[in-house]
Write a protein that binds this ligand. Structure first.
Ligand SMILES: Cc1ncc(COP(=O)(O)O)c(C=O)c1O
Length: 397
């Protein structure tokens, strides 16, 4: 007999559990899960310790500590010219994951449809299902002779909209493809949303990991989008503190209220001393943010070179800290078989991206593997050395 509710019974165990365990068992270099193997700035760690020592240890204000909401508003003005009222337009959450969950819980009624681009960050669909909503998928297709980056078919997107479409989730920069949505693409999404009275949930957690000439556009700042867009971000990626789980949602009061209504009964408030530290992090000088993306650009180039040398075909990302690689040259049965081989035999763990597609399109990923490069150069070099043996190992299969 199962104790599980129908709500959660169908969820698979996340692909990360299998591959992290496999990586540990085979002492593989883990380029699977997307967390940095280095810490963020010392002064921000110090700020967290200072807050704890200084007595910031009780519940924060539910919507978020005032200093942090103020810093989120300042940051939005500094980088995007976005005017944010810290008192009515911001809710601080336990990571972006909670903000996304709260937004879906606060906006989606049973039977409502939510458009999600595939591949997707896996919490979107779980949240939609828990709310009783229905995910409608639109496929992102890999670069080809006529598209220099991952792309979607405008007619397919248009066809996904209908009378029940409540929400579109847009993740830019995108995990796992590294796509940075262009102005034209976002404007098209905006026009369709306007026509159908649809809101946008913009997941911008990789906002500071973008490689020029690509440029991150804050969806909410495009013409007509402020009134229909909830922006979600987090300290995890921008400051390399994924374990702190401090995230936030920004939106005009009518939309932000949806997040706040759910948040007050999901976690009520998130870690007070870490909020104090993140409010300092958001105020770091521009040079910090420039260095962050320059450092990730160098790591991306290192990993892309290693993957190419190993006979995999990387699709260089425009943002985020993931690379998708085409593995078809090695003719594995599917992406799970390939990633298990890479982890066990080559000693480098990657994630099979079919886990990030709905049932109907899962096969689109059968010759893809996702590698994370949010790792020290020493670890990336070790991965490169191991991957160099791949052609020989694969030939002996
Ligand atoms: C696209 C995307 N959104 C949200 C999250 C979750 O962010 P957080 O750790 O702040 O909950 C991640 C983490 O990997 C992500 O890749």
């Amino acid at each position: 007999m199962s104790w599980l509710s129908r709500r959660v019974a169908g969820f698979p165990t996340t692909v990360f559990s299998e591959f992290s365990a496999l990586a540990t068992r085979h002492k593989a270099v883990n380029l699977g899960q997307g967390f940095p193997d280095f810490d963020g700035p010392d002064e921000i760690k110090e700020a967290a310790c200072r807050a704890i020592r200084g007595g910031v240890n009780q519940y924060a204000v539910g919507a978020g500590a005032q200093a942090l909401r103020g810093a989120i508003a300042q940051h939005a003005r500094r980088f995007y010219g976005q005017e944010v009222d810290p008192d009515t337009m911001v809710t601080v959450t336990s990571g972006a994951t909670e903000a996304l969950f709260d937004a879906v819980m606060g906006l989606v009624d049973p039977g409502d449809e939510v458009i999600v681009f595939e591949p997707f960050y896996d919490s979107y669909v779980a949240s939609i299902e828990m709310a009783g909503g229905v995910a409608r998928f639109v496929l992102l297709r890999p670069p080809d002779a006529t598209h220099r980056a991952w792309w979607f078919d405008a007619a397919e997107l248009e066809a996904a909209f209908g009378a029940k479409t409540k929400l579109v989730v847009v993740n830019t920069p995108h995990n796992p493809t590294g796509k940075v949505y262009t102005r034209g693409e976002l404007e098209l999404i905006g026009r369709l949303c306007e026509r159908h009275g649809t809101a946008v949930l913009a997941d911008e957690v990789y906002e500071h990991i973008v490689f020029s000439p690509a440029r991150h556009l804050r969806v909410a700042t495009l013409p007509g989008m402020a009134e229909r867009t909830l922006t979600v971000s987090s300290a995890g990626k921008s400051f390399s503190f994924t374990g702190w789980k401090i995230g936030w949602a920004i939106g005009l009061p009518a939309l932000r209220q949806a997040v706040q209504q759910a948040h007050q009964f999901v976690t009520f408030a998130s870690a007070a001393p870490l909020q104090a530290a993140v409010s300092e992090a958001l105020a770091l000088p521009d040079a910090y943010f420039t260095k962050l993306s320059a450092s990730y650009r160098a790591k991306r180039d290192r990993l892309v070179a290693a993957l190419s040398a190993a006979g995999l075909t990387p699709m260089a990302p425009e943002g985020s800290y993931f690379v998708m690689a085409d593995t078809s040259r090695y003719a594995f049965e599917d992406d799970f078989a390939c990633c298990r081989f890479l982890t066990r035999e080559a000693g480098v763990a990657a994630i099979p991206p079919s886990a990030f597609y709905g049932e109907a399109h899962r096969r689109e990923a059968r010759h893809l593997a996702r590698f994370a490069f949010c790792k020290t150069d020493a670890l990336l070099d070790e991965a490169a050395t191991r991957l160099a043996r791949l052609p020989e190992l694969a030939s002996r299969r």
